[in-house]
Design a protein around this ligand. Structure first.
Ligand SMILES: [Zn+2]
Length: 179
């Protein structure tokens, strides 16, 4: 099912003449739902892919993604729209003997005629995500203050309820000293 839905991200490069060829894809929830571990679900992202070909059996793909994705804030758990902008350049080489792919070089069998760019588009979008997601990254909203306050209160309560025998001794000492 997912494989079928991703079929439209195939580029048949064999029939392309030397030069630059432009492709455009829309990445939305149907796209990201095809990937089991996707951190992005609802999204409105445009992907521009430029294929530069100057000789046979080698070309490069320039990926540019821009748009936004609906994310959940790590701090206040509110939804917010995160701008997604990223750029990646991939070299594609066809080889007669099998070679392991590198970070920015993909090797294809010598008789290949097409490449599916879905996985690359997925990766380029995910590489744009910050380590910590927070509302302020939306540039349009701040964290939900009420929730933050509640979480802070909960945190304080939690700390108080955790009893550490060493601290208990210390507390007793402080109390006796105060007398
Ligand atoms: Zn937030």
């Amino acid at each position: 099912m997912a494989v079928e839905r991703l079929a439209k991200y195939k580029i048949q490069f064999i029939k392309l003449k030397n030069g630059t060829h432009h492709f455009n894809f829309q990445l939305d929830q149907t796209f990201f739902d095809c990937f089991e571990n996707s951190k992005i679900t609802e999204a409105n992202i445009t992907a521009d892919v430029n294929l530069h070909k100057e000789q046979d059996h080698i070309f490069d793909l320039d990926f540019k993604v821009s748009g936004e994705a609906k994310m959940v804030c790590d701090r206040c758990l509110d939804d917010f729209y995160l701008p997604i902008n990223n750029h990646f350049n991939l070299q594609v080489k066809m080889t007669e003997k099998e070679r392991e792919n590198e970070f920015d070089i993909t090797y294809l069998p010598f008789n290949s005629y097409e490449i599916n760019v879905a996985n690359y588009l997925y990766e380029v979008c995910h590489l744009a995500l910050p380590m910590q997601l927070k509302c302020a990254d939306s540039k349009t909203k701040e964290c939900n203050k009420k929730i933050l306050q509640k979480l802070e209160e909960l945190d304080i309560n939690n700390q108080e309820s955790i009893s550490d025998p060493r601290w208990d001794e210390l507390k007793k000492l402080i109390k006796t000293e105060k007398k």
